[in-house]
Structures are given as C-alpha cells and as structure tokens.
Design a protein around this ligand. Structure first.
Ligand SMILES: *Cc1c(COP(=O)(O)O)cnc(C)c1O
Length: 519
C-alpha cells in the first residue's frame, strides 16, 4: 500500500511510532532484561518428563521383543499424524511431550532385538549415557580452550585403537562416518605424493588411480568423485568366491595402470565388506603396496572390531602394515551413531599439514598453553562434534575384555544361525560366512526343486522384497536384502547386537518361514 500523505506527516508518524515502540520496549526491557529468556526450573521439569518418555518408549518398549520394531505408515498418513507444520505461536508443554512420544512411537526401534536391518543396532547404556552427556555439554572439539577434557580423551581413545592395529605411534581423528574417514585417507595419500595439490589444485596433477574391490563400500566411488579423482579412475580388482580381493590381480592392474600413464596412489582394502563381510588378505596386499610404494588404506569401518578378539583378529593379519585404517565403533561395538575413526601410522603431522588453514580467530599462535592441543585444524570441519566420550565411557565400563566378548558372541550367534539354516528346508547360503554377515536366499516351497526352470532366478528375485514388505508392515522384525553382482536379491542378516539372544535368532528363522512359505 502506498502512502499519499505529505513527507513531513509521514516522518512525524514514523517518529511517533518509533517513540511508542521504544517506550513499550524500554519498559519491557527494564523488567525482562534482568531475567534470562530461559526459565531453568520449567525447562528442567520438561526435560525430566521428556526423559521419562524416552526411557519408556525407546528403551523399555523399544527393546521389548513382544513390541513392534516399527510402526509402518504411508508417508502422507505419517505426515498428518505428526502434524509437522511449524507455526507462529508455541504450544503448551503437555502437547510438546505428546510430540516427543509420537516421534518415539513412529520411529524405527533400532535397539530392538529383532532389528537386523543394518550394521548398527542394539543399545549400550554406558555409551548412551556418554551420548546424553555429550549433548548436554554441547561443546566443539576444535580447541583445548573449549574442549579440554575431550581433546585429551580423543587422543587417548585413538591411541587405544591404534594399539589394537599394532601401532605404538601415529595420528588420527574422529570423523563424521566411515565414508568421510575413507575420503580423508584418499586425500592424505594424494597429498603425501603431491603436496602441491593443496595450493595449486588438480591443475598440477597427473591422472591418479585408486584400486579397490567391486565389493568395497560405495564411499570409495563417492570419495573419488568428491576429491576430483574421478570414478573412472577407481580400478576394480577381482575377488575370489568369498568376496576377497585377489592380490595377484591387484598387482596386474597396478602394472597396467602405470603402463597407461596413470599414477596409482591408493589401494583401498576392506576388512569386513558391507554385504558379505569378507576380509581382503591384508598381508599379501601389503606386499603389493610395498612393491609399488602405494598408500595402503584399510576400510575396516565394519570389520575393525575383530581386533578386540584374540580368537578372530587373525582376519586382519597384516593391518599394521597399512598406512591408514577407517574403523566405525558405532557399528559392531554399539558405541552409538556416530562414532567413526580414521587411524594413521604417520608421525609427521601429515593430517594437519594437509588440512590446516590456520584460522587466526581460532588457532591463535600466542596462546598460554601448548597449541598442539588445538587439534581442530587437522579436520576439514570447523565445528566438530564430540564422538569419543560414548566409546570411552563404554570401554571404561566393560573393558577391552567386554568388547572382545561382544565380538566373539556375534560370531557364535552367526555360526548358530548357519547351523540352524542347514537343518531347515528352504534356506540357501550365498557363501560360507567369514564374519557375522549371513547372506542367504529363502526358497519358498513353490520354488523348491525348480532350480532348472527358465524363470527361476526372476521368481527368486521377487521373494525377498515381498517378505520384507510383510515384515515391515507387521512390524515383527527388520532385515535387509540386496542383489550383488549377478546374484539376485538375497537377505543379509547381521547378528552382533548385545541385546540379541539365541531366542531371537530362532525367531528370525521362524519368521522368514512364516512370511514366505506361501510365495
Ligand atoms: C558402513 C561402512 C562404511 C560407511 O560408514 P558410514 O559411517 O556409514 O559412512 C564404509 N565402509 C564399510 C565397509 C562399511 O561397512
């Protein structure tokens, strides 16, 4: 709307409005400025009430085998149920508490003993306490000044993990996930070879190549794209029947790449592949990397936890010969999302040289304490969440022995599952499991004995998605399926969570049969 009043009047009006506004503001200010905007008593009461709901819904019901794992709703319906829209005015506390309850109710219960869907699951109460404490303290892991406890703690936890790898010295960083840890390794390997990349960029580089197996995690591809290496420069090395990289094929591919004028700079091995749980033969791969002087990275995001187990750590024999290791304690160790580390053998401060920007407002060089404690400049992040406390508190509570027991138990459950499958009709293993991933097809009675028929594979491919849909809609359990290479859809069940017992493993098999026998 345009105002047609003379300018002097407009000015006058504005001035009066300003005065009125100022006087009301001032009187309000005089009263309110002596009080914070937050009412602590009210806030803490709310928090206590919310906490009760969280314990009841997420930790009591959410871990009770007689309750549902998930409460499936179509997206439109869920949107309505949650009343997601944000509005001008706030709502009363009891309404907000109901919202807390709704969020818990309609979320997936990943702590449930029948949640087999992913490589995380279950609950550890000490790590959960560490997570709550981290949130409450709400600090930033970049300088000693704002995170004195956590700078020291992160250093200690990384040291503990490095010792399990077999390194008495080295470096490392907690990263936001294993994908990021893998990308860091890539960036460091490139920087070590071509430090000018930091200042001159890709302009200064020859064509670089990475070697990994086709069953490695997709973050290797993402990293190559993100860092300007290019996914076409990720060379896929052949694997054996168990999904393990073949060292002779690695050597052959490196030679071939060199003969084509590229510079091989990184081999990304996997300890515990995501689908099959295969462990690449690290010792033999290390020989190839030594021969060609290539950075050896071990993506042990999933399998790294076997290093705790005296019985199973042989799966990663030779890991001490690597240059870097990515390891996610939020997976098998149940440290809680997210908890992921990059471990480095390097003692030359490569991490900091490669990533530092030396911001003068944060990393002042004239501080009154040892500036090496300001570890934040090693990271590509500025704000960095504290991810070490949950692992540290849990590790303190149950010790390395307790963590080892957790890993060993996962193997025992997986072996039991395989033995039970052999006793039943219709369960067909994809391959003999090396780890706690059990990959199998469920063959419904109608398909048994029909392996020779032309449409067998097509029909088999449709079984897992239907069983999955049924289990999610009924909320009885969750397990993942996927195709792999030329293999049609099969289930991947992962048993490692400390809340799982033999009863749940038996239930798993019964439930697959119940949901699939009419297909
Ligand atoms: C899970 C996984 C990753 C990715 O870790 P995020 O924390 O999910 O990014 C990388 N590699 C392997 C082998 C994994 O299983």
């Amino acid at each position: 709307m345009f105002c047609r009043l003379p300018l002097s009047v407009i000015k006058q009006q504005r001035f009066t409005r300003f005065l009125i506004h100022r006087t009301t503001m001032e009187s309000a200010n005089l009263r309110d400025l002596n009080e914070p905007l937050v009412d602590h008593a009210e806030g803490q009461h709310f928090l206590n009430e919310a906490f009760k709901i969280i314990v009841e819904e997420v930790l009591c019901k959410g871990t009770d085998a007689t309750q549902k794992v998930c409460e499936w709703k179509q997206p439109d319906e869920l949107s309505l149920l949650l009343d997601l829209e944000l509005r001008e005015t706030g709502e009363p506390q009891d309404r907000i508490l109901q919202r807390v309850r709704d969020v818990a109710k309609y979320s997936i219960k990943t702590s449930h003993p029948r949640f087999f869907n992913q490589q995380y699951g279950g609950v550890d109460y000490h790590s959960l306490a560490g997570r709550f404490l981290t949130e409450a303290l709400n600090t930033n892991l970049f300088t000693y000044e704002v995170a004195p406890v956590f700078v020291l703690m992160e250093t200690e936890v990384l040291k503990g993990l490095r010792q399990l790898v077999g390194w008495s010295e080295g470096d490392g960083l907690f990263c936001p996930g294993g994908s990021t840890s893998n990308m860091y390794a890539m960036n460091l390997a490139r920087y070590r070879l071509f430090p000018e990349v930091k200042t001159r960029g890709l302009w200064s580089l020859p064509r670089l190549t990475i070697f990994t197996s086709p069953q490695s995690h997709y973050s290797v591809q993402k990293g190559a794209a993100f860092l300007g290496i290019g996914t076409e420069n990720v060379v896929l090395v052949k694997v054996d029947d168990g999904g393990r990289m073949i060292p002779e094929d690695l050597d052959r591919n490196i030679e071939l790449s060199k003969s084509q004028g590229a510079v091989p700079f990184l081999v990304s091995c996997t300890s515990g592949t995501t689908v099959k749980g295969a462990f690449d033969p690290l010792d033999q791969i290390a020989d190839v990397c030594d021969k060609h002087k290539i950075w050896m990275h071990v993506d042990a995001a999933w399998g790294g936890s076997v290093l705790f187990s005296k019985q199973h750590r042989h799966l990663m024999k030779g890991v001490d010969r690597a240059s870097s290791v990515a390891w996610n304690p939020h997976k098998m160790l149940v440290a809680g999302l997210q908890c992921s580390t990059l471990l480095l053998k390097d003692t030359t401060n490569l991490l900091k040289q490669c990533h530092s920007a030396s911001a003068t407002y944060l990393f002042q060089q004239d501080k009154f304490y040892d500036m090496n404690l300001d570890i934040g400049d090693k990271s590509v992040q500025c704000s960095r969440k504290v991810d070490c406390l949950k692992l540290w508190l849990m590790w303190k509570a149950i010790g390395s022995a307790g963590l080892a027991e957790r890993v060993d138990k996962g193997f025992v459950h997986a072996r039991y599952l395989v033995d039970e499958m052999k006793k039943r009709d219709g369960f067909h293993l994809v391959s003999v499991p090396e780890f706690v991933n059990v990959c199998f097809w469920y063959i419904p009675p109608s398909l048994r004995g029909k392996e020779g028929s032309a449409d067998y594979q097509d029909r088999l491919a449709k079984v897992a998605p239907v069983i999955k849909e049924r289990m999610v809609k009924q909320g009885t359990m969750m397990v993942g399926y996927q195709p792999l290479g030329n293999l049609v859809n099969f289930f991947r069940v992962i048993v490692f969570s400390p809340v799982v017992s033999r009863r749940d493993v038996d239930f798993f098999l019964d439930e697959i049969e119940r949901l699939g026998k009419d297909l």
